[in-house]
Design a protein around this ligand. Structure first.
Ligand code: GLC
Length: 723
């Protein structure tokens, strides 16, 4: 039971230090913690939800239900009225007036939804992603959300796992770069800026290794793999200043992430000196009982807290048991105070003590601003990957009659993708609408749905075939529903449902060229669709821009520049298959007997409407010593007729080392526009320790003398590192 104090019961102290905006944050934190009761401290370490307020007249009910001293709530509304109602209760009806922290899943846009993260990664444009995250932050903060549970940076090799859609693909460095871009976009330079939100790196750590692509399951991760595959994005994100992390659901080789002292304390706090806090995933504290490391919610709360998790999301474990655990001497008071300090520190940095309320604004002032739509459109455009373009069938000729066929053709809702926040289907431009706007002569467009996303109903095939026969080219728009990826959305195969493939086979009989357009949240199994498609364009789930970018690409107004940030296997049976696998002892054997062992489209694959010719890689030296500088350059010439943006992916390989290493590892990338006929020199400033070095199973970085290769495309240069 909380003390029945009123704010005035501070012994008549009018301006306590913690309320002084001029005082240093650490002093304010310490002053406040010193004043708090045990109950007040415990409540700061809990997050509830504020429910969905569908009726402003009953918002009082929602607010009434919650204690004024609650640390945080998940906020599902799009305006700040309900939030300000609860905030007023916290500021004016509690003893100390500690503001509530409002969090929400702003994953790829709040209302202006841009491409899913897996698509963003294929743009290789972190600057643009930073801008998109800044838009999301502004829309969120102006709507009453101070904290987003994003970026999700779980390296994933298994497309059956639905959450592969939410991260930046299979490569650790790529996830790290886009993590940093997102943190900068969300947090900016000053968290107290009313257009910024606190970021949250998730799901810490190793969630992407979920066995068999199932969700919430065991992950077999050796300490070596933990460090060389999963920890790098988090280290980069913490160094970029991310103020919070979210602990994951998965069991990391016997120690669940949400009770893992090694990751949450020894590494995050002691080694990386993180001074923000860790929130659990939804109910993850209580789930420790199901995972078998705790016999009760009380024991689960103890284990999670001792491991270094500060805030309990929705388990109702900390609020119920932490006070008793402290009184029983099972958790030291100093640790409790440290946890509270970490939460308060983030609230002070966000400026919530000094500006607890969100200013009123209209939806027009907040959402879908022209500048926001422009950024979302640009990112959707740069995320598109041209996978195949046989006989340069694309771009389409100016007069071609186009038959738009397939379940994605006029669909809007599914183009938003999973975790689409407050995105609305009405905001989305469908593929068909994009084409109508692009190809002014409407008579050129024909349409038939052909079939649904799934099921056995082939009754639409005849109409689709008839429409196809009247056209010059078929734009076959296939793909996934938004609910087929994201959380709790694993699929046993990467293949699209049979009905969609059958439609393709029927259309192929018409003899008309098929341009296959794909909108999906994971890599797909295309080995049966590829042979019947003259071109294949991956648009991912592009958000509100929807069909606009692809229309520009089909017309040739836009030159596609995306490249895959995740491998497209030839078959689901190849999983796990990713570019940075370790070397085999017999690389000339060990292949599948029934199918190829190569992916259909490898990491980094993506075509352009122009051609880029790479020159020789020129290192500043071929023999280097530790601590010396090494730069490498490669000239790239646009030998085609049209301007285009090219991304150069710089890999290293270390043929011999004391721990086996992947066949190659991405260490840097750079994207530049190159005008037709021009040459641009791409440069990689190698940090020997960072780029040639490797981490051992304790995360200790080491650098060994020996030979290394720096690789770009099919070129490589040998570098000798001498002691
Ligand atoms: C979910 C997700 C997590 C999300 C959280 C709050 O279970 O795993 O990514 O941020 O709960 O919605």
């Amino acid at each position: 039971m909380l003390h029945p104090y009123r704010i005035t019961d501070l012994g008549g102290e009018k301006n306590p230090l913690y309320k002084d905006p001029k005082a240093p944050i650490e002093e304010r934190v310490n002053d406040l913690v010193a004043r708090m009761t045990l109950e007040e401290k415990v409540l700061q370490l809990n997050q509830y939800t504020l429910g969905r307020n569908n009726n402003v007249n009953n918002m009082g009910e929602e607010v009434k239900k919650l204690p004024a001293e609650i640390g945080s709530v998940i906020y599902f509304d799009t305006d700040a009225e309900l939030r300000n109602g609860l905030q007023r209760k916290a500021m004016e009806e509690s003893r100390l007036g500690i503001p509530v922290l409002f969090g929400y899943d702003v994953i790829h846009g709040f209302r202006t939804v841009y491409p899913i993260s897996l698509g963003q990664a294929c743009s290789w444009n972190p600057g643009l992603v930073e801008q998109a995250c800044a838009v999301a932050a502004q829309e969120a903060r102006m709507s009453g959300v101070d904290w987003t549970f994003s970026p999700m940076i779980d390296v994933a090799h298994d497309g059956r796992w639905g959450r592969v859609a939410e991260g930046y693909g299979e490569d650790p460095y790529t996830n790290g770069v886009f993590c940093v871009a997102s943190v900068k976009g969300y947090q900016g330079d000053t968290l107290a800026d009313e257009r910024r939100v606190a970021a949250c790196l998730k799901h810490y750590v190793g969630y992407g290794a979920s066995e068999a692509g199932r969700d919430y399951v065991y992950t077999e991760i050796s300490k070596q793999t933990l460090w060389d595959t999963y920890m790098l994005p988090y280290e980069m994100g913490v160094k970029a200043g991310a103020v919070t992390l979210m602990s994951a659901f998965n069991d990391i080789s016997g120690v669940p992430a949400s009770a893992n002292r090694y990751t949450m304390t020894e590494i995050l706090k002691d080694r990386w000196k993180h001074d923000g806090f860790v929130v659990s995933d939804w109910g993850a504290v209580e789930q420790l009982v199901n995972q078998g490391v705790a016999s009760s919610k009380k024991e689960a709360s103890l284990k999670a807290f001792q491991a270094g998790m500060e805030m309990d999301m929705m388990s109702h474990g900390y609020d119920k048991y932490l006070a008793d655990l402290l009184k029983e001497g099972k958790i030291p008071e100093e640790r409790l105070n440290d946890a509270v300090r970490r939460v308060l520190r983030v609230k002070f940095r966000l400026g919530l003590f000094d500006n607890p309320y969100t200013k009123k604004s209209t939806e027009e002032e907040r959402f879908l601003l022209p500048s926001s739509l422009e950024i979302a459109g640009k990112l959707a455009e740069e995320s598109v990957v041209l996978l195949k373009n046989e006989d340069n069938v694309l771009p389409l000729s100016a007069s071609a009659k186009i038959a738009v066929i397939g379940p994605i053709g006029k669909n809007k809702w599914n183009l938003l993708g999973s975790w689409s926040g407050h995105g609305r289907d009405g905001d989305v431009v469908s593929v068909y609408e994009g084409l109508e706007a692009e190809f002014k002569d409407k008579s050129r467009l024909l349409y038939a749905k052909g079939c649904d996303f799934e099921g056995e109903d082939e009754s639409g095939f005849a109409e689709a075939v008839a429409v196809a026969k009247q056209s010059d080219v078929i734009l076959l728009c296939l793909g996934e529903k938004k609910t087929w990826s994201g959380e709790n959305a694993s699929r046993s195969t990467l293949a699209l449902p049979q009905i969609q493939e059958k439609l393709a086979m029927e259309l192929q009989k018409t003899g008309k060229p098929i341009i296959l357009l794909l909108s999906n949240g994971r890599p797909l199994e295309l080995n049966r669709l590829e042979p019947v498609s003259k071109a294949i364009v991956e648009i991912w789930q592009p958000g509100v821009a929807g069909g606009k970018p692809i229309a520009g690409i089909l017309s040739g107004r836009i030159n596609p520049s995306g490249k895959l940030a995740i491998t497209f296997p030839y078959s689901t049976g190849q999983i796990p298959i990713y570019y940075n696998q370790r070397k085999s002892g017999r690389s000339h054997q060990g292949f599948y007997q029934d199918i190829t062992s190569k992916p259909l489209y490898p990491f980094g694959h993506g075509l352009s409407y122009t051609e880029f010719e790479y020159g020789a890689i020129t290192p500043s030296a071929t023999v280097v010593k530790r601590g010396e500088k090494l730069t490498v350059e490669v000239p790239v010439t646009n030998v085609g007729e049209r301007d285009g943006a090219e991304t150069v992916l710089w890999f290293i390989s270390d043929p011999y080392s004391s721990i086996t290493r992947p066949v190659k590892e991405l260490k840097f990338f750079d994207k530049q526009l190159i005008k037709a006929g021009d040459t641009k020199v791409f440069r990689f400033d190698v940090d020997l320790e960072r780029d040639f070095g490797f981490v051992d199973e304790n995360g200790k970085r080491f650098l060994e003398a020996g030979e290394y290769y720096i690789m770009v495309k099919d070129r490589k240069v040998k570098i000798e590192l001498v002691d």
